[in-house]
Design a protein around this ligand. Structure first.
Ligand code: FAD
Length: 286
């Protein structure tokens, strides 16, 4: 049974911020796919939920000159059907393809996914690999934080009292870019990722300029990239020896939690490089 809660639904973001300040301990409700489960499963004191769905400035995907802006309330279904995401940020689309089921994709928001910050959350790695930033709005105005600084520990994010995640800003990339996301999960049906990997390849056709980024989820307490392995893979032809070296580098660099519910550290170390290799092959990068 759901724990008891009071429900407030402000008309705009300014009112939502004020309600957060007026109701210490209140929680923001977006799609509710994480929060309502928590209210059902955990015995929590009565809560105030502040539904932000009427806040117009948290909605939608917009193309701007230097970045694309994805509002925190954008659903996974909207990401999946966005043309610009399919064309320029395919790893985000791949993540939407494997996300939950139709009903969950219709409700779950990208903002909720990032703030909930579960270790295997689908949007951890693609946003990190694209070097996204998040815009946070609150009683003292707005601030922008690189996404990897926003997650500062397992399921902990940099949100202060009265603050709301407003939108995600992903840099536009002038050169050609290829990307992909793959995950492992315990079952074929619905499950969170046991391990997730995103690869972004900038300038794939120009070996001397080519930059390769590899972001991993559920291998450390927060999404993780290893600069040594990225340096190893960048600016050179990819051959089987280089791939093996990169796979060994990734396995050595990660420290998965023993307490992870979904997969043992040894399995993650064995598979993380394989996912990277599969993505590079699917992108035909050589
Ligand atoms: C059956 C099922 C399948 C699932 N499958 C997947 C999956 O495949 N991959 C995956 O990654 N996840 C999955 N999830 C988890 C969940 O759907 C996602 O994490 C989802 O993106 C959360 O978004 P939401 O809008 O529902 O968040 P909510 O549940 O509304 O909120 C989650 C948390 O974020 C906070 N919050 C939300 N929006 C904001 C904001 N704008 N500013 C500040 N705080 C905010 C809330 O207060 C709450 O603490 C699944 C869940 C279920 C129930």
């Amino acid at each position: 049974m759901l724990n008891r809660f009071d429900y407030l639904c402000p008309e705009n973001t300014e009112k939502a911020i004020q309600l957060l300040l007026d109701n210490p301990g209140a929680e923001i409700l977006a799609g509710g796919t994480d929060l309502l489960l928590e209210l059902r499963e955990k015995s929590t004191p009565d809560k105030v939920l502040i539904d932000i769905k009427k806040c117009a400035d948290l909605q939608g995907i917009e193309e701007q000159d230097d970045f694309i802006s994805i509002g925190a309330l954008t659903t996974i279904r909207e990401i999946r059907s966005s043309k610009i995401i399919k064309q320029e940020y395919k790893a985000l689309r791949d993540a939407a393809d494997v996300f939950g089921c139709l009903e969950i994709r219709n409700r779950a928001t990208i903002g909720g996914n990032i703030v909930n910050a579960s270790p295997g959350a689908e949007y951890g790695t693609p946003l990190f690999a694209f070097e996204a930033e998040v815009e946070i709005t609150g009683p003292n105005g707005s601030r922008v934080v690189p996404i990897d600084k926003f997650w500062f520990d397992l399921a902990r994010v940099d949100l202060k009292k009265g603050e709301i995640l407003k939108r995600i800003l992903i840099p536009r990339i002038e050169s050609q870019v290829l990307s992909g996301y793959l995950r492992l999960s315990r079952v074929k049906g619905m499950d969170l990722a046991s391990l997730g990997v995103s690869v972004v390849v900038m300038d794939p056709g120009q070996v001397d300029k080519r930059e390769i980024r590899v972001a991993m989820a559920a291998v450390q307490r927060t999404p993780y990239r290893n600069s040594e392995v990225e340096k190893l893979l960048s600016h050179k032809e990819i051959d089987p020896n280089l791939i093996e070296e990169a796979k060994a580098g990734l396995a050595a660099s990660i420290a998965p939690r023993e307490s992870s519910l979904r997969a043992k550290p040894a399995y993650k170390k064995a598979m993380v490089g394989t996912l990277m290799e599969k993505i590079l092959k699917s992108l035909k990068v050589s």
